[in-house]
Design a protein around this ligand. Structure first.
Ligand SMILES: C=C1C[C@]23C[C@@]1(O)CC[C@H]2[C@@]12CC[C@H](O)[C@@](C)(C(=O)O1)[C@H]2[C@@H]3C(=O)O
Ligand code: AKG
Ligand code: FE2
Length: 351
């Protein structure tokens, strides 16, 4: 779909909201929607999707199943762990000492893998849990594919479906993560060791430390508890600031992952984000990490490489990228290791 150049210019001259909100029902037409998505993903790396078409009943069914699990005694939950990296985890994120004020379930989205894990998550009725997950994954995958097709169109790709085909392949390596942040303890002194800031009553601690998501696209939904923050340029040409993303349980927050930054040669940006633990109410968030198959080759799409914008990253497979990511801490800037012409070595990771 081609958008007239005067419409494009008018769109681009409008200031972009700090947190761009995109109406996925396309009230102004598909071409404009595609341009809005490209602009949000290029300038912010994320956006809030409203009128997204995912039925609220699908989300609330999964939330209920997840909350029933998190309400169970610790020893019961631990039977679904430890995270290897999939499964139930508490406080520890990854294998390199990152900790946060949360517990979580990390699942591969392939239905057989969900069914196997469900046996330890809902011992009474595993299919109750796996059906809720499968239904949710189908709905968010469709949303992610729509976003990627629109981005493909907005970027002017010769094959605009090439991005969505990466995540809809049967052997896609997509994950679903359900994070539960219990109400934080209010403390009189500084919190021990995990980034607690200040010591006054009502202080906040790191719920999930800063990072970028490694995959192609992340589709996040949370309950009505704030906590998600994104790192954005301060707008005065200087530093970057952490910006609070106000909670909206009816919306999805969609962010660009490292692979999409690499596929678009840096045109779309993988945004750093984190979660600060709330003081009073529990936060429940669910993130679908849309990934390609392990063997997928990731290299900049030809339309994004020009003399003015030469290739920024060397080609790699998702398997290779995953290996590097698991060898590193949460906050590491992994894409740096894959710069074209780069020669960086990481302890524990042989390229
Ligand atoms: C510390 C780590 C946890 C993580 C794997 C890693 O070694 C580095 C990337 C982390 C991250 C961040 C986004 C997602 O929550 C996640 C599932 C992912 O794909 O990459 C986690 C990994 C994890 O928790 O296993
Ligand atoms: O729990 C959240 O809201 C976000 C967590 C996150 O960024 C992640 O799991 O990758
Ligand atoms: Fe994340």
């Amino acid at each position: 779909m081609v958008v007239p150049s005067d419409t494009m210019a008018a769109l681009e001259s409008l200031p972009l909201d700090i947190i761009p909100t995109v109406d996925m029902s396309a009230p102004a037409g598909r071409g404009e929607l595609a341009q809005r998505l490209v602009r949000a993903c290029a300038e912010r790396g994320f956006f809030k999707a409203v009128n997204h078409g995912v039925p609220p009943s699908v989300s609330s069914r999964l939330d209920a199943a997840a909350m029933a699990f998190f309400a169970r005694p610790a020893r019961v939950k631990q039977a679904a762990g430890p995270p290897d990296p999939l499964g139930y985890g508490s406080r520890n994120i990854g294998a390199h000492g990152d900790v946060g004020e949360l517990e979580y379930l990390l699942l591969h989205t392939e239905p057989d893998a969900v069914a196997r894990k469900a046996k330890t998550i809902d011992t009474e009725d595993p299919s109750r849990f796996s059906e809720a997950v499968n239904e949710y994954v189908d709905a968010v995958r469709r949303l992610a594919c729509r976003v990627l097709d629109l981005l493909g169109e907005g970027l002017g790709l010769r094959d605009p479906t090439s991005l969505s085909r990466l995540i809809s392949a049967v052997d896609s390596d997509s994950l679903l993560r359900i994070n539960h942040y219990p109400p934080s303890r209010t403390v009189d002194g500084p919190k021990s060791g995990n980034g607690g800031v200040g010591g006054a009553k009502g202080s906040t601690a790191i719920g999930f430390g800063e990072h970028t998501d490694p995959q192609i696209l992340s589709v996040l939904r949370a309950n009505d508890v704030d906590g998600l923050q994104v790192l954005l340029p301060d707008g005065h040409g200087g530093d970057e600031d952490w910006v609070q993303v106000p909670a909206d349980p009816s919306a999805f927050f969609i962010n660009v992952g490292d692979l999409l930054q690499a596929l678009t040669n840096g045109r779309l940006v993988s945004i750093r984000h984190r979660v600060m633990a709330s003081t009073s109410k529990p936060r429940l968030s669910t993130i679908y990490f849309a990934a390609p198959p392990l063997h997928a080759h990731i290299s900049a799409l030809p339309e994004t490489v020009t003399p003015a914008s030469p290739r920024r990253y060397r080609p790699f497979t998702w398997e290779e990228y995953k290996k590097a990511m698991y060898a590193l801490r949460l906050s590491h800037n992994r894409l740096d290791l894959f710069q074209a012409g780069g020669d960086v070595t990481v302890k524990g990771y042989d390229q």
